[in-house]
Write a protein that binds this ligand. Sequence first.
Ligand SMILES: C[S@@+](CC[C@H](N)C(=O)[O-])C[C@H]1O[C@@H](n2cnc3c(N)ncnc32)[C@H](O)[C@@H]1O
Length: 362
Amino acid sequence: MTRSNDKFAGIDAVDLFCGGGGLTCGLRQAGIDVRMGIDFDVRCRYAYEHNNHALFLHRSVTDVAAEEIACHFRPGRVSLLAGCAPCQTFSKYNQKATWRDKRWLLLDHFTRLVRETRPGLVTMENVPKLEGQKVFSRFTDTLRGLGYHVCHQVVDCPKYGLPQLRQRVVLVASAFGDIQVPPPPENVHVQTVREIIGDLPELKAGCRDPHDRLHFCAALSPLNMRRIRASKPGGTWRDWPASLVAECHRKSTGKTYGGVYGRMSWDKPAPTMTTQFYGFGNGRFGHPSQNRAISVREGALFQGFPGDYQFLPEGEPANISLLGKMIGNAVPVQLGRLIGETFMLHLKQLGLLAEGADVPVP
Ligand SMILES: C[S@@+](CC[C@H](N)C(=O)[O-])C[C@H]1O[C@@H](n2cnc3c(N)ncnc32)[C@H](O)[C@@H]1O
């Protein structure tokens, strides 16, 4: 990284494991120019490129060479390597994952790319459980060994005003000086389900809104329709009459598992969005007052995507499982923005950033 003037003109970023672009979108809102995203799922290309005006490299991160990244970092600007490796491996929702899962090693490739490209700034986001794993200490030890100042912290999203119960470990690292994940703001207003989706048109299960191709939801079987009718806002299958309770939940082992077939509450944040947020039986994804699971549009809004974010090309049929994956996998856009603003403030406080370098990237 070189410096043409006294101060850097801005930040250039590359986003590893970019998916449909939640993190990229948030970084751009903070004024960071994300130049390229890398993902091995080509179905993310359209959403990523169309909304973020950045290149999409269709490649496994394991096969990416340092030069393919470094060429996107322009002289006179600070470089940022960002990434959110797949988190299912570490997620508490994945009880089948073994600690030998190969996806762990993806973080080692992130480490390799930091070592080989030496960006000025680094960030990663993942599930809190990652913090206790060896692969994470290898990552942080390597960064510190290379001279980075590193801070990581579990961020409780509602405390930062996000409309979603979600905890994530956020790591920020800087080659320039001490950096911190900011504490939650005081007196923050936590956004509720009502504020985010309260004014969307009503939908019936299995139907779509003719004016919004993302406002559609999964059909419910006759049994699940009876179940959702018996569900209370904020409640789960425990509220149902015994005749509706699934066999597996009647067993003593299933009795403790209350996290499925739930309905949201209007006046609380939404539950954590997963890749299957569109299924009533997959979590607490029942609409607060309509007898259906939330729509794809509603999931995207809880994840902070702007209403005009295009996930699919015009005319392409909307596939609920593909959209669920792209949207549920995303770093909430507001969290990406918080990370971006943290870097901007950090450079400003060190007197390294030129005036006006933090305006949102058009
Ligand atoms: C948690 S998601 C990242 C979401 C993204 N940061 C966002 O905010 O929208 C993880 C992504 O990693 C991708 N992925 C998994 N293994 C990969 C690999 N070996 N190389 C590149 N991408 C990979 C998946 O396709 C998925 O899109």
